[in-house]
Design a protein around this ligand. Structure first.
Ligand code: ZN
Length: 244
């Protein structure tokens, strides 16, 4: 399983897509813009194990702001939305207000539509992401991808019922491992975030859940089989409760 993957952006995407569909029980392909969602949905053959969702990545929010209406329209026809969110890091901070306007509209739309499942980017912006979610309690279910906030922010996110998707690259840093250690064990699902996320200079592939289980077992001090079973159970649980 892979709950956050930019499958359409790998070199040789078609082949990766075919292999993911074959190897994974479930792959969530998050797109970075509404037009990319439309193009990807057209270009790749529909497969029941691959969920393709419309998004508007905060890193390109300022370039794609004009596509917001299209995103809000697309959201009516799908169960999941992503990648969306906020990025407060120095490189993207200058466009923070545009990002916030878009994210706020997306969350409001989720609530209006009766709830959606979201894959959310929250780098250096966890507090604001949670505030937007809090503003619309019926938004649905949030899956915070590659969480990198503080321990206090993690606690707040857990308290709000958020899920977390984590991948092998998250274990590269001491802080990443520390955060993983504090995650609620029943709300963690695997992700690759490939091809952006890399380990050892190579993009993480959509079938990397066993590596995540291996790292998790070390951090949580559990047999690897137990950690792997947990990821499977959690993934099934998230899909069942949200209908994705
Ligand atoms: Zn991503």
């Amino acid at each position: 399983m892979d709950f956050h993957c930019h499958l359409d952006l790998y070199p040789g995407a078609r082949e990766v897509y075919r292999e993911a569909a074959e190897r994974n029980e479930f792959t969530w392909l998050v797109t970075t813009s509404p037009k990319a969602f439309a193009a990807t949905s057209r270009a790749l053959p529909a497969v029941s194990s691959v969920l393709i969702s419309p998004g508007l990545h905060p890193e390109i929010a300022h370039e794609r702001a004009a596509e917001l209406d299209l995103l809000l329209e697309q959201m009516a026809t799908v169960k999941a939305v992503g990648e969306v969110g906020l990025d407060g890091s120095p490189r993207f901070r200058q466009h923070y207000e545009v990002q916030r306007r878009i994210f706020r509209a997306v969350i409001a739309r989720c609530a209006e539509l009766g709830g959606r499942t979201l894959s959310i980017h929250s780098r250096r912006a966890v507090r604001d992401v949670l505030a937007e979610l809090e503003g619309h309690p019926n938004y649905g279910t949030a899956v915070l991808h590659w969480f990198s906030g503080s321990s206090a922010e993690l606690k707040a996110a857990v308290h709000m019922g958020c899920w977390f998707s984590i991948g092998p690259a998250m274990f590269d840093s001491l802080n990443g491992r520390k955060l993983v250690a504090a995650l609620p064990q029943d709300r963690v699902v695997p992700e690759s975030d490939g091809p952006f996320a890399t380990v050892g200079g190579k993009p993480v592939m959509p079938w990397s859940a066993p590596e995540t289980a291996q790292f998790l077992s070390e951090v949580w001090n559990l047999p690897v089989g137990v950690a792997a079973d947990m990821l499977v159970r959690n993934g099934a649980n998230l899909r069942k409760t949200t209908g994705i």
